[in-house]
Unconditional design. Structure first.
Length: 324
């Protein structure tokens, strides 16, 4: 076992319970996560159901990770306590991790540190991509609960590692909601992302739908309506699946291209479960890294794109140093 100081991260998001341990050298020591159960044909979970499942799952994951190391080596417990780093950002699911984390930290007499789910995604993306990003960069967070374009600056103070400026985002559906709603309508399991991606590979990639963008804001509700009409008209499922991917990729391309031009920032980090999609990644790299645009794209490693506690634990190594 590594004898360096260890940091335990906890993340209880809408669909995943996750714990991770990293050391002071930013190496991943242990990680365990479990998807919450969503009944077949359902498009999601109510917060009350998700909270109940987290309460059942998290103790077992913590017990598992704590038997794999010496708890006395832990320097701090870090938990995502809200979706995004804004004052009124709140979801009940995050209270589960916060409660267990606080009790554990107090029992071990070590600091209990807090961050946000979004910041965990950003840190996991930086770490797993190996990106050496500058002090300022652009970030896109694409998931079932967030679809935003952000201007990021490293902060290095005790409350946060990042300072975020929200440039824009969805005005209705999130990218992951579009994927899951159309996926479930196609008869795919929830969450539908990997199944929809496999289905799209069977297409000729000839079906396209409009991308609705207004400066840095965008909308997916019109795309959902159009796609469900195609579904009713018996258009091939693979074509519909690829049209979902294409719509999301075109939308992200438009807002990122505008931001690169306006802010003169080339480095773009793209994180979140939707960003696992290889077609979306490939299209964005082809279009945005073209010399005419000049962007440099960085993606979280696929297994760290979806919800996980690794980024949360990594943030703890920075936040602990800046405690006063």
């Amino acid at each position: 076992m590594n004898n360096m100081l260890l940091f335990l991260g906890i993340d209880t998001s809408c669909y995943t319970t996750s714990v991770a341990v990293v050391n002071s050298q930013k190496q991943l020591i242990k990680e365990h996560r479990q998807l919450l159960h969503v009944p077949l044909a359902q498009k999601g979970l109510q917060q009350s159901s998700a909270v109940f499942q987290h309460v059942q799952i998290l103790p077992a994951l913590l017990e598992k990770v704590l038997t794999e190391l010496n708890p006395q080596d832990l320097k701090a417990v870090i938990c995502s306590t809200k979706p995004r780093p804004y004052e009124k950002s709140y979801m009940p699911v995050f209270t589960v991790g916060a409660g267990f984390g606080r009790v554990l930290a107090n029992s071990l007499r070590i600091p209990f540190l807090t961050t946000s789910h979004q910041e965990g995604h950003l840190m996991a993306g930086i770490w797993s991509s190996g990106a050496e990003l500058p002090e300022k960069f652009l970030a896109v967070h694409l998931s079932g609960g967030t679809s935003e374009l952000l201007l990021i600056k490293r902060a290095y103070h005790k409350e946060s590692f990042f300072e975020e400026k929200l440039l824009g985002g969805t005005t209705d559906l999130h990218a992951g909601q579009l994927v899951d709603r159309i996926g479930v309508a196609l008869g795919l399991p929830f969450p539908a992302g990997p199944y929809l991606e496999n289905l799209a590979r069977q297409s000729s990639r000839s079906l396209t739908i409009p991308s609705s963008v207004n400066k840095y804001d965008f909308s997916f509700s019109g795309a959902e309506t159009r796609l469900k009409k195609y579904l009713a008209d018996k258009v091939a499922p693979g074509e519909i699946a690829n049209a979902v991917e294409n719509c999301i990729a075109k939308t992200v391309e438009k807002v990122v291209r505008r931001a690169v031009e306006e802010y003169k920032i080339q480095d773009v980090l793209i994180v979140g479960g939707v960003a696992k999609n290889e077609y979306i990644r490939s299209r964005l790299k082809t279009r945005l890294e073209h010399p005419a645009v000049g962007a440099r794209l960085f993606f979280a490693e696929s297994k760290f794109s979806s919800d996980n506690a690794v980024g949360v634990a990594l943030l703890g190594t920075y936040l602990q140093k800046n405690q006063i």
